[in-house]
Design a protein around this ligand. Structure first.
Ligand SMILES: *Cc1c(COP(=O)(O)O)cnc(C)c1O
Length: 542
């Protein structure tokens, strides 16, 4: 049985428990999780309420945030040089601004200024950028005193963010020089903008076959099925048996030229595994056989895997990369994402090859933006479409957001080849939670280097079999649906997990997020799961 069905709301979980409990009908995975939170908060055992359902991290990066404040403080001071009337100040001036900023900083006195001082040195010495130019961009950007100009991305911002992506996601691969960026309101906006422009430009059309590596972050399952897209999915499954790794057999499906696009979350969510080198090689191979394949890779969790290599770095011409600062830096509220793609890419080529009537239609559409619309690159079309074309000239991510991205990036870049202590701290935190959960559940760790460990998938049925035997597993499988367990866990024990089915996983698979609970609670969650399982077992023995 396909365990989810499509409704006007997108996918919903669909099983007898849902039938019995009409209240949950029509709700998506995230809404159901919300309903369960309410149950869990007033749980019968009066346990503390443990919500391990969400992926929002419970840590933040402090350095970049404090640095942002310093940029604003200096910016105000510098702006008063031109106008200084009560609460009104003027504009910053380019000439000598780096020098004035350096003089403002007290690197000996405080750690934030020390970081900004190091960042300035890095910008001048290692990136060979013009110091006044960069400082003015950072300061004006933080102050937000001008529209984003250029609208797609600020100049030095693009340069620095490219370095960051190269440093964290390309694994030494040497392709970044042709990369162009479009910072967006989180990975969320990046995804929406890309899908819309692909559709607008006839690069994906109703009825096209789209491959997806499942289980996957729910929007990717929902978007292809929205009526305005009407796409046919080809699922490239990974599962528990495979330790959530995609098989090479599955990747072979991509060689079929009928498959127009491949949407990837890598490392995956909920599986949390990055493609290994064999899988990456197989993708490269498939692209050589299906050279028009469009690839969108969402690498939001890439920075949680040491030596991570993005698909973008291997098949750059075919691929659009999406990255977000949300998870690593605990910055979901800032909405900081970025789209990256090559200057020479198949998207522009595919547009040039469209039939005449479609090209004419597109030329008319983008004539508002440029007088040579047929040469407008796809990435600029994404920028234009993000503001319904008409408002192209005031498009672009807000400048304070762009500067916040730069500051997060710089906290990492200044370490160059050395270890970034913030990365290490994140890794250790997640590792500890992952270990505790596995210890409590008495299941084996997956310590392979590809495991981001941001999420863990727990299969309740396997766990039942492991602890109480096959008979009990069969009993659970035939008498209960997985949501029964999930609901009871919330209602009685106060623990909220997320159902994997909404992500396209099998029944019985639950997602625990290692991101958003106090570290000491992970052992407890494991215990609560086993305790509830024991209760089911006692019923079974009766
Ligand atoms: C959290 C998440 C996002 C959303 O990122 P935002 O930058 O917060 O919008 C995108 N993709 C995946 C796979 C995620 O898990």
């Amino acid at each position: 049985m396909r365990a989810f069905k499509e409704t006007q709301y997108g996918f919903i979980l669909y099983n007898e428990a849902m039938e019995a409990n009409k209240k949950y009908e029509g709700l998506g995975a995230f809404e159901i999780s919300f309903e369960m939170q309410k149950l869990a908060e007033k749980n019968k055992k009066d346990n503390i309420f443990l919500n391990a359902g969400r992926g929002n991290p419970n840590w933040i990066n402090t350095k970049a945030r404090l640095a942002f404040n310093r940029l604003v403080e200096f910016g105000i001071k510098d702006s008063r040089r031109t106008i200084n009337e009560t609460d009104m100040a003027g504009y910053t001036q380019l000439k000598g601004i780096a020098q004035r900023f350096s003089a403002f900083l007290e690197p000996e006195e405080n750690a934030t200024d020390h970081f900004l001082d190091e960042a300035l040195t890095y910008i001048k010495q290692d990136l060979s950028l013009h110091a006044d130019d960069v400082v003015k961009e950072l300061i004006d950007g933080a102050l937000g005193n001008n529209y984003p100009v250029p609208n797609r991305v600020l100049k030095n911002t693009e340069f620095i963010l490219k370095r960051y992506l190269e440093n964290t996601l390309y694994n030494g691969s040497d392709i970044p020089h042709n990369t162009q960026l479009f910072p967006t309101e989180g990975g969320t906006a990046a995804i929406v903008y890309i899908f819309n422009s692909l559709k607008r430009n006839h690069l994906i059309n109703p009825g096209d076959k789209i491959a997806i590596n499942t289980p996957i972050f729910t929007p990717y399952l929902q978007i292809p099925n929205l009526s305005e897209f009407d796409l046919v999915e080809v699922l490239l499954d990974s599962d528990e048996q495979n330790k959530w790794e995609i098989s090479l057999e599955q990747i072979k499906k991509l060689e079929d030229p009928d498959i127009k696009a491949f949407f990837i979350v890598n490392p995956s969510n909920p599986g949390s595994k990055a493609f290994n080198s064999e899988a990456l090689a197989a993708i490269q191979d498939a692209v050589s056989k299906n050279p028009d394949l469009i690839i969108i890779t969402d690498d939001v969790y890439g920075t949680f895997v040491k030596g991570f290599q993005t698909v973008y770095s291997l098949v750059p011409k075919n691929t659009i990369l999406v990255y977000s600062f949300s998870k690593l830096y605990g910055a979901t509220g800032w909405r900081l994402g970025v789209i990256a793609m090559q200057k020479n890419n198949i998207f522009d080529e595919l547009i040039a090859r469209l039939p005449e009537p479609e090209r004419t239609e597109l030329d008319n559409r983008y004539a508002l933006v440029t007088n040579i619309p047929n040469r407008l690159p796809f990435i600029e079309r994404i920028v234009a479409d993000s503001r319904s074309v008409g408002l192209y000239h005031t498009s672009g991510l807000s400048t304070p957001q762009q500067i916040m991205e730069v500051l997060f990036a710089l906290t990492h870049l200044i370490y160059q080849d050395k270890e970034d202590p913030y990365f290490t701290a994140c890794e250790q935190l997640i590792d500890r939670r992952y270990d505790d959960l596995h210890k409590a559940l008495r299941i084996e760790n997956d310590d392979s280097p590809e495991n981001a460990k941001y999420y863990t998938m727990i299969n309740i049925l396997s766990l039942a079999e492991q602890r109480y035997g096959k008979g009990f597993r069969d009993y659970l499988e035939t008498n209960f649906v997985h949501n029964d367990f999930l609901l009871k866990l919330a209602e009685r024990n106060g623990v909220v997990l997320m159902d994997g089915v909404g992500f396209g996983a099998k029944e019985g698979e639950l997602r625990v997020s290692e991101a958003n609970l106090p570290t000491e609670d992970y052992y407890l969650i494991g215990k609560q799961i086993l305790e509830l399982l024991k209760e089911y077992y006692q019923d079974y023995k009766k």
